[in-house]
Ligand binder design. Structure first.
Ligand SMILES: [Zn+2]
Length: 216
C-alpha cells in the first residue's frame, strides 16, 4: 500500500496483516487524540484499527501535577510483544462483553475525575465540563448522555468533546469558538481508553471522581 505524505509506514500489522500506517500529525479539526498505528516492544506493529480494538484492555494511564496538568501519560500497548498482542486479540471480545455487563450494558461509559462549571450566559444553563476517560464505547458531539452523580440521573446533550491535557474548563466564548471550528461533529469523538472533556449545558450537575457519564 502506498504511504501518503502524512503517514509513516510501520510494516504489516502482526494481528490483521494490513499496513500499519501512523499519521505524522493529527489534523487541525481532529482535536481528540485517537487510535494510531504503533510499534510493539519486539519491533512488530499494530495498525490503527487493531489499536482501537485492543485499547479497551489497555487504556492510557495518566497522572497529574499540582496544577492539575497531565504530566505522565503512558500507553501500555507499546509495552506488549507480538505474542501478548495476539493473546489480547483472542480475549478482547469477551473482555469487552464482561465490561459491558459490569456497567449494565450501556453503549458507552465514561468515568469522571473532575468537573468544572462556568456561567452559560443570560438565561442559559451553566456550561459544565466533565474531565475523565472513556472506559468503553465512543462518544460523539450531540449524543444524548446520562450523568450519574449522587443517586441523580441528569440527561443532557454533548455540546462539545475536547482533548484533555490540562484541567481547564470550557467557557461560553471558547465553546462558541469550538462549535464554529468543528464544522463536522463526527470528527469530535471520545474514544475507548482515551482521555477527553465532555461538555454539557445543564443545571444541577455535581460530578465527583469516579462518577459515570453513560450513553444508551
Ligand atoms: Zn491490524
Amino acid at each position: 500500500m502506498a504511504v501518503r505524505e502524512k503517514e509513516v509506514g510501520l510494516g504489516s500489522c502482526v494481528i490483521c496483516g494490513r499496513a500499519a500506517l501512523r499519521a505524522r500529525e493529527e489534523g487541525e479539526l481532529t482535536m481528540i487524540e485517537g487510535p494510531n498505528a504503533l510499534r510493539l516492544k519486539d519491533g512488530g506493529s499494530l495498525c490503527g484499527s487493531c489499536v482501537r480494538r485492543l485499547r479497551v484492555m489497555y487504556p492510557l494511564k495518566y497522572t497529574f501535577d499540582e496544577a492539575k496538568r497531565i504530566v505522565v501519560k503512558k500507553d501500555p500497548l507499546p509495552e506488549l510483544g507480538t505474542e501478548e498482542a495476539l493473546q489480547a486479540n483472542s480475549e478482547v471480545v469477551s473482555f469487552r462483553e464482561d465490561l459491558r455487563e459490569h456497567y449494565g450494558f450501556h453503549n458507552a461509559v465514561f468515568v469522571a475525575d473532575a468537573m468544572a462549571e462556568v456561567k452559560g450566559g443570560l438565561l442559559k444553563p451553566p456550561i459544565v465540563t466533565v474531565f475523565g476517560q472513556v472506559l468503553y464505547g465512543t462518544f460523539y458531539m450531540q449524543d444524548e448522555v446520562t450523568i450519574l452523580s449522587g443517586g441523580n440521573e441528569i440527561k443532557a446533550a454533548l455540546e462539545a468533546i475536547d482533548s484533555y491535557e490540562h484541567r481547564v474548563p470550557m467557557d461560553a466564548s471558547s465553546l462558541k469558538e469550538w462549535i464554529r471550528r468543528t464544522w463536522d461533529p463526527g470528527r469530535a469523538v471520545g474514544e475507548t481508553g482515551y482521555l477527553c472533556k465532555l461538555v454539557v449545558q445543564a443545571k444541577g450537575i455535581s460530578v465527583k471522581p469516579g462518577d459515570l457519564v453513560v450513553k444508551d
